[in-house]
Design a protein around this ligand. Structure first.
Ligand code: NAD
Ligand code: MG
Ligand code: MG
Ligand code: MG
Ligand code: MG
Length: 346
């Protein structure tokens, strides 16, 4: 058993949660996508009364009914619920919130799985409700699959507003009901969750990694190496390296590669990602902290996403996509139905 006292903060498990804070309540799960389908089914299996909120004409309604759950419009669902779990895409949450806001009674809970709209003021709930977060640190299909296997997925909880005085107990009970307290629940704040999430996906996970891969690929190709070789060395093998880091940290990765790779990496790595990169990271973090990134993304959506679409196109048309697509089609793994699991989709 892991020694919990070695962490810098408490980690909550089933024994810390009290299901009485949720068992007599009705939860409206708005949206039935990655997170929504997992929360709704796990809550239902845990004996909690669930109603899924989807628009009248939504093609997803059939799936909800096939899974044996009740479905209503988001407004109807919110009207009967004590806890409204907002699991529609972040960009549509403000509009959905406007519609359901009149249905929030004093003491109800407005709950999120990501804090963007609360933290950046796109949703401003009344003062007489609880505003909470229960955010599994994994995509929904794993939240569901782990639950069914009797296991759990770690999650974050956060309390933005505690009108009832019971927001934390209720969040822990919700986290337990979706299976997360089996694995471990950490408490954070909306601010910390949002800022660290945005920074991580921009600087390291999504933005940083793809940029590093493209620069590596281009450097080899521009110096006369074949695109196929460049693809294997700079993209394909990344998965093997990340798998080792995921299993056993940097130590396991360094132990598993050749001594030559280890010496070369240890002496050259910090020359590639150097102090300039660190300064750029500070800048990107500042834009997250001061709201500049949020404003840019909100404006971008209001304008119909012109810059997003253009950058997306450029990314899809990069040479690495072309050569990668052709190479992947040669190999069996591309055809296998087996999903390549990501521990967390940012
Ligand atoms: P998703 O895109 O997978 O699903 C969204 C669902 O909302 C779909 O069922 C869609 O039909 C429905 N929907 C869309 N517009 C709607 C509307 N106007 N009214 C009602 N329903 C509508 O979303 P997701 O990835 O599950 O994200 C939900 C929340 O969970 C977000 O806040 C996200 O940041 C957070 N989150 C996601 C993950 C993840 O791995 N996907 C992980 C942690 C947190
Ligand atoms: Mg209500
Ligand atoms: Mg409540
Ligand atoms: Mg090699
Ligand atoms: Mg994110």
């Amino acid at each position: 058993m892991t020694d919990k006292s070695k962490f810098t903060q408490p980690i909550y498990h089933d024994e810390d949660a009290d299901s009485s804070y949720i068992e007599d309540k009705t939860v409206a799960v708005l949206g039935y996508g990655s997170q929504g389908h997992a929360h709704a089914q796990n809550l239902d299996d845990s004996g909690v009364d669930v109603v899924v909120g989807l628009q009248e004409g939504s093609s997803t309604r059939k799936a909800v009914e096939q899974d044996g759950l009740r479905v209503a419009t988001p407004v109807e669902a919110a009207a009967e619920a004590d806890i409204v779990s907002v699991l529609v895409p972040d960009t549509v949450q403000p509009a959905v919130y406007e519609a359901i806001a009149p249905e929030l009674d004093a003491g109800d809970t407005l709950q999120f799985a990501h804090g963007f709209n609360i933290h950046y003021g796109q949703i401003e709930p009344p003062t007489d409700v609880d505003v909470t977060m229960v955010a599994p640190k994994s995509p929904g299909h794993l939240v569901r699959r782990n639950y069914e296997a009797g296991e759990g997925t770690p999650a974050l909880i956060a309390i933005e507003q505690d009108y009832s005085g019971e927001a934390k107990q209720e969040s822990l009970a919700y986290a337990q009901a979706i299976g997360c307290a089996r694995a471990g629940v950490l408490q954070t704040s909306f601010q910390e969750e949002v800022e660290s999430d945005l920074f991580g996906e921009q600087a390291v996970l999504c933005g940083g990694v793809t940029s590093l891969v493209k620069h590596g690929f281009e450097t080899l190709v521009d110096n006369g190496y074949s695109p196929e070789m460049a693809y294997f060395e700079c993209l394909n093998e990344l998965k093997l390296i990340v798998d080792l880091m995921y299993e056993g940290g940097h130590a396991e990765m360094w132990n598993s590669v050749s001594d030559t790779a280890e010496f070369g990496g240890l002496t050259r790595g910090d020359r590639i990602v150097d102090e300039n990169v660190r300064e750029n990271m500070e800048e990107v973090l500042e834009e997250v902290q001061n709201g500049e990134f949020a404003r840019e993304w909100i404006t971008e959506n209001q304008a119909g996403r012109p810059s997003y679409e253009q950058r997306r196109d450029a990314e899809m048309n990069h040479q690495i996509e072309d050569v990668g697509g052709r190479l992947r089609s040669l190999f069996a793994w591309a055809d296998e139905d087996e999903e390549t699991e990501t521990p967390e989709a940012p």
